[in-house]
Design a protein. Structure first.
Length: 364
């Protein structure tokens, strides 16, 4: 029987094998790049304090205002959906849109005449936000306030989604204050050591120290806990680390105020209250572990003197009223701090997937 073969067929087969080999080699090289470029920032790193001349100490008995808001790297207009939430987009609409969203966040915070501001998801040089330096924007907008910045995201160039890669990211958490910040440190939170670490940020919280008249310190924590890539064990370890830190400061005679994005149902029941009984939740929004709190630390969840509103939306679809919302942002205080009032401010998620939370507090 005559063997059926042809030179063109052999050439096509060789070309196909070469192409597949090239693709496999490219994928392997990229995986190596992501794996070997991964690193974590060490724990207990001293942070620079940008001193803009705010040198006063705080006092006991006076009321102060602190606001926290996750700015969503300036991408989250109401129409924005995020690929890791089940949406389709990985980058902001444009650099101009990013600037407008960040400016709106700064304006909203400033409208409450805060003494302290805690921002999360502030990009400095990221593909997803068109390399707009949001930290510089915020510090320029709020130029009378001292500031502390802690990096919590420094990724390799992520090629997913393939149609619009998320790219490289550099971002962090920004603390601003109208009072003297004597020192600040970055504490590295535990995160997954497996594949999940590539989906998570380099999670951390910052600790900023403000002198109190009489010798003690007001210790301000800015936190952003794990959402993606974190197990129940990791979430519990993160909370335990923060709680023990705050407890130690309280026992040393200091005052503690902690605010930020906890990526948990902060009240424990906001899913049901906001979305109805039997509402389906999301894996990233587990109930806040209130039973883990030390006796000397409390959640600020008495909204009777303020407003009870959602602070976060899921970004699988464009936002409109009736979509899934939840409370994941808020404040913790030590027992020597009185929470005078707390309000979750409803913005219609006009410039971020999170809304601001405003706490008025008094040092006892």
């Amino acid at each position: 029987m005559k063997h059926i073969s042809s030179k063109p067929a052999r050439i096509l087969l060789a070309a196909f094998i070469s192409l597949v080999s090239l693709v496999l080699i490219t994928v392997l090289v990229y995986i190596c790049y992501v794996v070997f470029s991964y690193s974590r920032i060490e724990d207990n790193i001293t942070l620079d304090v940008t001193d803009n001349g705010a040198n006063d100490s705080v006092k006991t008995g006076e009321i102060y205002t602190v606001i926290t808001q996750n700015l969503g790297f300036g991408a989250y207009t109401p129409e924005f959906t995020f690929f890791m939430d089940g949406g389709t987009e990985s980058r902001a609409e444009s650099a101009d849109s990013v600037r407008k969203c960040i400016a709106a966040g700064a304006d909203t915070a400033e409208s409450f005449s805060p003494d302290f501001i805690l921002f999360q998801e502030v990009d400095t040089d990221s593909t997803r936000s068109f390399h707009v330096n949001e930290r510089e924007m915020l510090e320029a907008h709020l130029a009378s306030m001292n500031s502390v910045f802690a990096v919590n995201y420094h990724s390799a160039y992520l090629m997913y989604p393939l149609n619009e890669p998320h790219g490289a990211s550099n971002a962090g958490i920004l603390t601003l204050g109208r009072y003297k910040i004597t020192s600040a440190v970055r504490r590295s939170l535990p995160i997954s050591t497996g594949f999940g670490k590539f989906l998570d940020l380099d999670r951390c919280y910052s600790v900023s120290r403000v002198p109190v008249e009489g010798g003690a310190e007001l210790v301000i924590y800015n936190v952003h806990m794990s959402a993606y890539g974190g197990s129940d064990e990791i979430r519990a370890a993160q909370m335990n680390m923060l709680f023990e830190d705050m407890k130690a400061e309280y026992e040393a005679g200091n005052y503690c105020v902690c605010g930020g994005d906890f990526n948990h149902d902060f009240t424990g029941d906001s899913n049901e209250r906001l979305n109805g009984d039997g509402a389906v939740g999301f894996e990233w929004a587990q109930p806040f572990p209130a039973d883990m709190l030390p006796d000397c630390i409390s959640r600020c969840t008495d909204y009777s003197g303020g407003e009870y509103n959602p602070t976060c939306r899921n970004c699988d679809i464009p936002y409109e009223e009736g979509n899934f919302t939840i409370i994941v942002d808020g404040f913790l205080v030590s027992d020597n701090v009185e929470a005078v009032s707390v309000s979750n401010i409803y913005t219609g998620f006009a410039y971020s997937d999170h809304g601001p939370v405003v706490l008025q507090f008094r040092l006892k």
